[in-house]
Design a protein around this ligand. Structure first.
Ligand SMILES: Cc1ncc(COP(=O)(O)O)c(C=O)c1O
Length: 390
């Protein structure tokens, strides 16, 4: 793993290819297609005989710069950027899976990820089994001869459950399956799954990679080879490509990624400690708390706890909604990863479309709230929550 100063330099200086104008900030190439000098060059580009851009659904220099920079930060050989985090997961699934394949997925993943694997991929003959993400034995026990992909989010959304990446990588290797990790909550600034043995990393760049809630984006990262070629092939054909404008915004986001992740994680830890002492709170979920069931594992594979704190309010949905409705500063919104703090009631929003049974299995109760801690003064965040908790 790059040390902090190496990471910062990579975040600022990778992927810069100046044009003839010598611009200092990265250029934004807002163009759908690229011009060829003649018919022979056009033909050579299309056959692959000559490298170069053809059409922005395939490649674009601003998008390539973002891919290069993110790959450097994750320690990946290659990166394919996508229009959103969900299209990154779709591209991964379409590239790796075929009818008759089996997927193992942690039960504690983002609601749309559950939908994608169970309902959408299910219609194409791919079967998914959901397992308790933190139990290596549960993953091992659910393996089948046709298990092709193991998909995990760690820390998970919203309960910050931690899965042991190195142990799951070993399980996947023994089973001849691939391990993909959604690294949305930590980002490479706090955790680098490929260095722990994972085969593939997924990002919703919409979250901390942007960091200021401006654009949608996603990425799949891994080593060069048939899997990543398949991801690129799907993107090029089906077209969930990242726009060059969004890529430019994300490039700027990466420049401050580590600073933001550090500051927001430190504030989140303090908020979690305060909530843990609060009489109105039943339970706090935060990997940086020693009360977190996988605290030791989190310390081993993450540099800090991350910026998302989830907590269960005493009094169920009514009490939780009261806290949400009493806020005056914290934004009531489904997004996370912003420098502005956000609050969400997962059971009725992000995880509202999955069945009540699946929600219960994932431990998402009616009193649960998720706060993604931003960069406002911690005292203001606490005062905003205190109003509804009183
Ligand atoms: C952990 C995680 N993965 C994937 C996604 C999907 O990303 P996007 O909204 O960019 O499609 C989200 C969105 O909230 C998420 O939290």
């Amino acid at each position: 793993m790059a040390n902090q100063s190496e990471f910062d330099t990579l975040a600022l200086r990778t992927g810069i290819h100046r044009s003839q104008f010598g611009e200092h900030s990265e250029a934004m190439y807002l163009t759908s297609s690229f011009v060829f000098q003649n018919a022979a060059q056009a033909a050579a580009r299309f056959t692959g005989g000559e490298e170069g851009n053809i059409y922005s659904r395939f490649t674009n220099p601003t998008v390539s710069a973002f891919q290069e920079r993110l790959a450097a930060l994750e320690g990946a050989e290659t990166c394919v950027a996508t229009a959103s985090g969900m299209s990154a997961i779709l591209a991964l699934a379409m590239a790796l899976l075929k009818a008759g394949d089996h997927v193992l997925c942690s039960a504690s993943v983002f609601g749309s990820t559950v939908q994608l694997f169970s309902n959408i991929m299910g219609r194409f003959g791919v079967e998914t089994t959901f397992v308790a993400g933190a139990s290596v034995a549960a993953w091992e026990g659910a393996l089948r001869g046709n298990t092709r992909l193991m998909f995990v989010e760690t820390p998970s959304n919203p309960l910050t459950e931690i899965a042991d990446i190195a142990a799951l990588a070993a399980v996947a290797k023994r089973a001849g399956a691939l391990l993909a990790v959604d690294n949305c909550f930590c980002t490479p600034a706090l955790q680098q799954p490929l260095q722990l043995g994972a085969d593939l990393v997924i990002h919703s760049a919409t979250k901390y990679l942007d960091g200021q809630g401006r654009v949608l984006g996603g990425a799949v990262l891994g080593r060069r080879g048939p899997e990543m070629d398949g991801v690129y092939g799907f993107l090029r054909t089906a077209g969930p490509s990242l726009s060059p404008f969004n890529a430019w915004v994300l490039l700027k986001g990466l420049e401050t990624l580590r600073l933001r992740m550090d500051a927001q994680s430190h504030a989140a830890l303090q908020l979690a400690q305060w909530l843990e002492r609060h009489p109105g709170i039943e339970r706090v979920y935060y990997p940086g708390l020693s009360s977190h069931p996988q605290y030791e594992l989190a310390k081993k594979q993450q540099r800090l706890g991350g910026a998302v704190v989830s907590f269960e309010v005493k009094g169920g949905r009514e009490a939780a909604w009261r806290v949400v409705d009493a806020t005056r500063m914290i934004s009531i919104t489904a997004n996370l990863g912003d420098t502005k703090s956000t609050i969400t009631h997962p059971a009725t929003t992000t995880h509202g479309r999955i069945s009540a049974d699946a929600r219960k299995a994932a431990g998402i109760n009616e009193g649960l709230l998720r706060v993604a801690v931003g960069l406002e003064a911690l005292s203001d965040i606490q005062a905003d929550l205190e109003r509804g908790l009183k």
